[in-house]
Write a protein that binds this ligand. Structure first.
Ligand code: SF4
Length: 372
């Protein structure tokens, strides 16, 4: 009932371009360190020209600080879901099981975003985690170890054992497959892998790259092959096997061209009413982009800052259709596509265009530009 009212007020606020309630989902990073080093990772890739320091990598979200934050969030009477992840892997933090229990005590839907290798499968099931969002990235030992250079074929076997265990225990699992030069050829096999382990969904993500990791991007030949053959074949496999995917959104990412992964100006950003991310250090981020900081836990309660000047200024900027450089590789593109469809359905096309800083004629102009 409380959540129902919060949702209604959120939509009222969106329609009016105002912030009337707190977020629905809060994403909290539990660890900067990671047990692996994905080639596409912004923080742990061996390809980074400026690696993160050892001091930074050792940082963990403290349990007492988590309890205080959770109390504040619960008081907003809008938060329904929590995502636990990290700039590294959340299972590097030994407090993760207590933190999950704390989230469940508040009645929240809990998603853990992880490479899974450090997880205790049975403990996760016992705690009632609602979704394990497993970052798989490759479905053969060769691609898996190319994508995770510090891992071995035995680690891929461990991952498969964990996925099989969760399937037996009935833990809902979704797969994330980041697509780069090493994983691109396996699109169809990724759908088959998801079916084999009973995954509820596969999210395909064209790798967001920079700072040296561009070296592992898909080649233009791979992009063409994905667009022409592999995406249609993967779609057919998903339909045949009953696997839910985001292949439509992935196809749009491929069409963006170059290093851009999202035609964000055609979709708009609605994350500022629904979502926030808190880093291990306590920085409050508008979304996944670390460049878009809008507060800090050291500056006051989350619940106050959510309605404060920094957050409101960024909401207004995005509503005016002015995007940050990070938005060209938006990590929340899937969610923005879904929210854009909801905004259109609930509020109508004119409101949707106004909330993304456009007029109807702008869309026409863009379509015309693409035709030329
Ligand atoms: S990267 Fe930009 S478009 Fe994507 S969620 Fe963040 S602010 Fe919105």
């Amino acid at each position: 009932m409380v959540y129902e009212q919060a949702r209604k007020r959120r939509w009222k606020g969106i329609a009016e371009g105002r912030t009337l309630v707190g977020p629905q989902t809060v994403h909290i990073d539990l660890a900067n360190g990671c047990n692996t080093n994905c080639t596409t990772c912004w923080d742990h890739s061996p390809l980074l020209t400026t690696p993160r320091s050892a001091v930074w990598k050792r940082k963990l979200f403290d349990f007492e600080r988590f309890v205080a934050l959770a109390q504040d969030l619960a008081g907003m009477q809008s938060v329904e879901a929590v995502i636990l992840s990290g700039m590294g892997d959340p299972f590097v933090n030994p407090a993760i099981y207590d933190i999950i229990a704390e989230c469940k005590r508040h009645g929240w839907h809990v998603t853990v975003l992880t490479n899974a290798l450090l997880a205790d499968a049975d403990r996760i099931a016992a705690l009632g985690v609602d979704a394990m969002l497993v970052s798989v990235n490759g479905v053969t030992p060769a691609s898996y170890t190319a994508f995770h250079p510090n891992l071995r074929a035995e680690d891929f076997e461990r991952l498969k054992t964990l996925l099989a265990r969760w399937q037996v225990l009935g833990v809902p699992v979704k797969h994330v497959q980041v697509i780069n030069r090493d994983t691109a050829p396996e699109l169809v096999e990724m759908v088959e892998f998801a079916a084999r382990y009973g995954a509820r969904h596969v999210t395909f993500k064209l790798a967001s790259l920079g700072g040296g990791t561009e070296a592992c991007a898909v080649t233009e030949a791979q992009r063409a092959q994905l667009q022409k053959w592999l995406v249609p074949e993967a779609r057919a496999a998903a339909a045949r096997l009953g696997v839910a995917t985001n292949l439509d959104v992935f196809a749009r990412q491929l069409a963006a061209g170059g290093l851009a992964t999202t035609p964000i100006e055609e979709v708009g950003c609605f994350m500022g009413w629904h979502y926030a991310r808190v880093t291990v250090e306590g920085a409050l981020l508008y979304c996944c982009a670390t460049t878009l900081q809008v507060g800090h836990l050291d500056w006051g309660p989350f619940s106050t800052q959510w309605f404060g000047a920094s957050w409101e200024a960024l909401r207004a900027q995005l509503m005016a259709g002015t995007y940050a450089p990070a938005c060209q590789q938006c990590g929340k593109f899937n969610q923005n596509v879904k929210l854009a469809a909801k905004v259109r359905a609930k509020l109508g096309e004119a409101a949707y265009l106004a909330l993304t800083g456009r007029r109807a004629s702008d869309n026409e102009a863009k379509r015309e530009h693409r035709r030329l």
